[in-house]
Each structure stands twice: as structure tokens, then as C-alpha cells.
Design a protein around this ligand. Structure first.
Ligand code: PBG
Ligand code: ZN
Length: 327
């Protein structure tokens, strides 16, 4: 008779558990999203995202210092412009809100990595991620004209001091277009983190409140991926790798742990998971009701992303997580 197997032996003491721990979350893994708005001294909490604010640039700079002091290596900036139009002018203008924010942060905290989301939805009057023919209410985003705008946007963001460009609109060929634009403008050394596998998700709802970017008609299903599909994510990352992406993102994260895992197995590039707004809001709602222990639930979730294969995690919990990790 074999003796019964006793895996509990290795769980019997905290030090022993430390020794056999397979995955580890550190502050190095975290990227904190920030929303820049025009104005000064302005901070408005996003109703559906307790603890997350729309901030004017002076406040963004204060946040950036705090983030850096917590040991978080990077932020990702989103912008809410004063005006929106059909050409998404606010996205690619050299004095756009995100460009100004990126410059201000780099000036104040040069060692903080500033990632910038490269998309049009916050800047178009209709809220779609790409270019639409004037008067077209079908919501059919025109792929190739959008690429030209994304290229311009990425170059202006790099000029403003962005360290990493993160195209998020799921247009075909967007990585290639952005890479070409950056290279032509002399930004060969600026990496691209592609939102490679981005699903058409209801979990973005609170973000669209925060960024004022809900589509005015139609939805994003003709460009973002169908939640039913897994193999298609591998197709998307294959294309983005061929087009020159330096890092790949899977988004959302919680309902897509299998995708994080499969992408990690299929690439040598760093993989990022975006723990999106709706995932954050659900946890916060439960926390505010006293239904779950915030620290334990958040840390378990973030560690779960690491176990699934994420090298990096974009999360609204980043500052809290860093505080807990540093404690
Ligand atoms: C822009 C963009 C979105 C998010 C990040 N970049 C929203 C969308 O696609 O509608 C969502 C982030 C979040 O929900 O936290 N394309
Ligand atoms: Zn978009």
C-alpha cells in the first residue's frame, strides 16, 4: 500500500508556504490609469468608480508624484477634451489635453513611465473609436482613414513626451500604422503596447462615464471582439506581433483569464491584463456594502492575473495595492 499523499505538509507553516509560493505580485507589475480634463484645481469623482477622479493637469501631476512615490512604475493617460468633433481633433492636436498632461507629468516626474491610450473615442462627437463619414448614422467605422488619424495621434503623443504608445481602437493594421508613423517621425525607440485582444464588453460601462466616451449610436461590435471567441484572440495577437507590437494586452481581464493564459503561451512578448472599470466598480460596490474584505479580494484578484500569465496589470486598484504591498 502506498501511503496517502499529503500536499498539506507544504501548507503547514507560513514560512513553508512562502517557500513554495509559485506567483508573486509586486509594484513593478502595476500601471495606474488617470483621466485628464481641462481646467485647474479640478477633481471630480466618477460616480460609478468610487476613488477614481477626472483631474485637471495640475492634479494629474500631484497624482503622478504620489504614484511614483508608491513605487508604481507607470501610468496610462486618458483625455477628456473640451470639444469633440468628427475628425477627433482633440486626439492629435499638439495642444490636446493628453499631450499637455503627458508633458506636464514628464516635466514634474521624469522617471515615471507615461503610457498614453491612442484612440479616438474620447475625441469624436459620436463616441466611436474611428472615423465615420459625416452624416453616417450606421456607426460603420472606416478602417483606413482611421489609421491616418491614429498615426497622427501617436506621433503628437510621442512629441509631447509619452514613453509608451497604447493603441486601443481595434482597427485592422493599427500597430503597423502607428509604428510607421512613429518611425518616420524619429521615434524608433518608443514601444507600442497594443490592446491586442480587446473584447466588446459591458464591463467598460463605468469607464465611458469617466471618459465621456459612450458611442452616441450603435455599439463597438464591428471592431471589438466577440466575447464568444478564443481562437480569434490568437489571430489578433499574431497580427499585432507581425506588425511590430512590443507588448500585448488582453482586455477585460476577469472574464478572460483563459485568454490571458492562451496569449501568454503563444507569445514571447510581455503580456498585460487590463482590469477594467466595471471589474473595479463591482468590487468597490461590494466593499462599500461591507460584503467583502477589500484588501484580500483585490490582492487575490491581482495575483490571479499573474497566475494566468499577466506580466503587467492595468488597474484602478494600483495605488491601494502598492500601499498594501509596501506596508
Ligand atoms: C478606448 C478605451 C476603453 C477602455 C480603455 N480604452 C473603452 C472602450 O473601448 O469603450 C476601457 C477601460 C475600462 O473600462 O476601464 N477605446
Ligand atoms: Zn476607443
Amino acid at each position: 500500500m502506498f501511503p496517502i499523499q499529503r500536499p498539506r505538509r507544504l501548507r503547514s507553516h507560513p514560512q513553508l508556504r512562502r517557500m513554495v509560493q509559485e506567483n508573486l505580485l509586486t509594484t513593478n507589475d502595476l500601471i495606474y490609469p488617470l483621466f485628464a480634463v481641462p481646467g485647474e484645481g479640478f477633481a471630480k469623482e466618477v460616480k460609478s468608480m468610487p476613488g477614481v477622479y477626472q483631474l485637471s493637469i495640475d492634479k494629474i501631476v500631484e497624482e503622478a508624484k504620489e504614484v511614483y512615490d508608491l513605487g508604481i512604475p507607470a501610468i496610462i493617460l486618458f483625455g477628456i477634451p473640451a470639444d469633440k468633433d468628427i475628425d477627433a481633433t482633440g486626439a492629435w492636436h499638439d495642444h490636446g489635453i493628453v499631450q499637455l498632461a503627458a508633458t506636464a507629468v514628464k516635466e514634474a516626474v521624469p522617471d515615471l513611465i507615461v503610457m498614453v491610450d491612442t484612440c479616438l473615442c474620447e475625441y469624436t462627437s459620436h463616441g466611436h473609436c474611428g472615423y465615420l463619414q459625416v452624416g453616417d448614422l450606421s456607426g460603420r467605422v472606416l478602417n483606413d482613414p482611421t489609421l491616418e488619424l491614429l498615426k497622427k495621434t501617436a506621433v503628437s503623443q510621442a512629441k509631447a513626451g509619452a514613453d509608451i504608445i497604447a493603441p486601443s481602437g481595434m482597427m485592422d493594421g493599427f500597430v503597423q500604422a502607428v509604428r510607421a508613423g512613429l518611425d518616420e517621425a524619429g521615434f524608433q525607440d518608443i514601444p507600442i503596447m497594443s490592446y491586442a485582444a480587446k473584447y466588446a464588453s459591458a464591463y467598460y460601462g463605468p469607464f465611458r462615464d469617466a471618459a465621456d466616451s459612450a458611442p452616441q449610436f450603435g455599439d463597438r461590435r464591428t471592431y471589438q471582439m466577440d466575447p464568444a471567441n478564443g481562437r480569434e484572440a490568437l489571430k489578433e495577437i499574431e497580427l499585432d506581433m507581425a506588425e511590430g507590437a512590443d507588448m500585448l494586452m488582453v482586455k477585460p481581464a476577469l472574464a478572460y483569464m483563459d485568454i490571458i493564459w492562451r496569449v501568454k503561451q503563444a507569445t514571447q512578448l510581455p503580456v498585460a491584463a487590463y482590469n477594467v472599470s466595471g471589474e473595479y466598480s463591482m468590487v468597490k460596490a461590494a466593499v462599500l456594502n461591507g460584503w467583502v474584505d477589500e484588501q484580500r479580494v483585490v490582492m487575490e484578484t491581482l495575483l490571479g492575473f499573474k497566475r494566468a500569465g499577466a506580466d503587467l496589470i492595468l488597474t484602478y486598484h494600483a495605488k491601494d495595492a502598492a500601499r498594501w504591498l509596501n506596508a
